[in-house]
Design a protein around this ligand. Structure first.
Ligand SMILES: C[S@@+](CC[C@H](N)C(=O)[O-])C[C@H]1O[C@@H](n2cnc3c(N)ncnc32)[C@H](O)[C@@H]1O
Length: 283
């Protein structure tokens, strides 16, 4: 997929769906955000850029963490998600950083200044057609002695929340065409050595890739059946089953309910996630 395909994707049905699910995603990813903010040691940063900010829930957490003397700019290619983000501006309290949002492609946007001291992202940097070119462009927005901190998914095999539903769906569908494992998408930065090479080539230093793993509450709903239908809204299985006939979908969901039943308790599916926390600096 080229960036133009990602722009189409995040402005189409997927972007609308993410916009509708923004509150759910914010709740689901809250533990990841908190851990990433703790891990990134961002205290003292005054001018932050949130790449692929989506509906802005992570930008708001960043703004609360950095405090009233700081500025946060959330940047995204998705208009439906930015609409949700703009709706959050009214809720910015006095204790929070001044926060604005910009519709732009992080890979190609010409940053007017190079005075950001923090580039942050929660799952917003895995969708670049040419990651080294994109990170080089982002690097230009940073001043010296600045920090980069982002989260990205480890491999599909290590992420049961995505692997299990995909495996079950594939039992009912023809095998998909083989895919480039580095193609833009949720798992594009799963290889830590590749991440390191990309960041080095883009001018970053002190690169560290650390693992964060835990169970997360997916698909909060009053029944297993509803929960499974919510889980498939995110991750690669959603793309795979989109447009399938209702009877095929029904068979897929029935199988998923059988396989996922042991993970359903207290109104959600408790599934393991494996994430990389990546940090780096500029000279
Ligand atoms: C998985 S969502 C994460 C959204 C948000 N960070 C969150 O955690 O809720 C990925 C986001 O990256 C954005 N994105 C993808 N490619 C981008 C690019 N080249 N420039 C800016 N944003 C991009 C998408 O529009 C989408 O909002």
């Amino acid at each position: 997929m080229s960036n133009s395909e990602q722009i189409e994707y995040w402005n189409g049905e997927a972007g609308e769906r993410w916009a509708r699910e923004d509150e759910t995603m914010a709740r689901l990813l809250h533990p990841v955000s908190t851990a990433l903010l703790d891990h990134a040691a961002i205290e003292g940063c005054l001018n932050a850029l949130d790449i692929g900010c989506g509906g802005g829930s992570q930008s708001m957490m960043l703004a609360a963490r950095l405090g009233p003397n700081a500025r946060v700019l959330g940047l995204d290619i998705s208009e439906p998600m930015l609409e949700v983000a703009h709706g959050k501006i009214a809720g910015i309290g006095e204790h929070m950083a001044d926060t604005t949002f910009l519709h732009a492609d992080a890979a190609t946007h010409t940053f007017e200044t190079n005075d950001f001291d923090l580039i942050f992202s929660r799952f917003g940097v895995m969708f670049f057609d040419d990651p080294a070119a994109a990170f080089s462009n982002i690097r230009k927005a940073l001043r010296s002695q600045a920090r980069l901190a982002f989260s990205c998914w480890q491999s599909l095999q290590d992420n049961d929340w995505a692997r299990i539903p995909l495996r079950v769906a594939l039992q009912h569908l023809p095998p998909p065409e083989a895919q480039d494992p580095h193609a833009p998408g949720p798992f594009a930065l799963a290889d830590p050595q590749r991440v390191e090479a990309i960041l080095q080539a883009s001018g970053f230093r002190d690169i560290a890739v650390e693992s964060f793993a835990r169970d997360i509450r997916f698909g909060e709903a009053s029944t297993l059946s509803k929960s499974v239908r919510k889980l498939v809204l995110i991750g690669p299985v959603g793309r795979l089953i989109a447009g399938q006939e209702p009877d095929v979908l029904e068979r897929i969901f029935t199988s998923m309910e059988e396989v996922l039943a042991p993970y359903y308790r207290e109104g959600a599916l408790h599934l393991p996630v494996a994430i990389w926390f990546v940090t780096a600096t500029t000279d």
